[in-house]
Ligand binder design. Structure first.
Ligand SMILES: [Zn+2]
Length: 61
């Protein structure tokens, strides 16, 4: 896995050096687990505080 996770919102970034969601460039390869959010209204998105659909790390070190 060479995707990087945003340290601010945990979004997984496949390309570039900036988070698509919060525009942070604080990315890390040191993360574990994946959450895929299809809808911000879903239970899992609400629990994780995710407002934009996509792939997120479960845990960022
Ligand atoms: Zn972010």
């Amino acid at each position: 896995m060479n995707e990087r996770a945003c340290r601010v919102c945990k979004r997984l970034i496949e390309e570039g050096n900036e988070c698509d969601v919060c525009k942070s460039n604080d990315l890390t390869t040191n993360w574990k687990g994946v959450i895929v959010v299809f809808s911000p209204d879903s239970e899992i998105a609400k629990k994780a505080g995710i407002a934009v659909p996509g792939k997120y790390a479960l845990q960022v070190m």
